[in-house]
Design a binder for this molecule. Structure first.
Ligand SMILES: [Zn+2]
Length: 85
């Protein structure tokens, strides 16, 4: 992600007008307002500052930590796929 720093300075969250923080790893611009927290995608180094395109902080990652390990599948090594040819 290669954004012009001067561009970053004039950009603001369209939802709350707070400054945006670049997240290089995710190629996103993240709203610095904790109460807002929208993350806007950057496509071809062009920030897409549309609320409709933004990733909302409560979408998906809201604290359900115990989702693995409850489903123990039939992994005994006794798979019923033996075909005598
Ligand atoms: Zn915001």
């Amino acid at each position: 992600m290669n954004l012009n720093p001067a561009l970053l300075e004039i950009l603001a969250c369209p939802a709350c007008r707070s400054p945006l923080h670049p997240d290089d790893a995710a190629s996103e611009l993240v709203c610095t307002n904790a109460a807002c927290g929208l993350a806007f995608p950057v496509r071809d180094d062009i920030p897409v500052l549309l609320v409709d395109e933004a990733r909302r902080p409560d979408a998906g990652a809201s604290g359900s930590a115990g989702e693995s390990g409850s489903d123990a599948g039939p992994t005994d090594g006794n798979s019923p796929t033996a075909t005598d040819a």
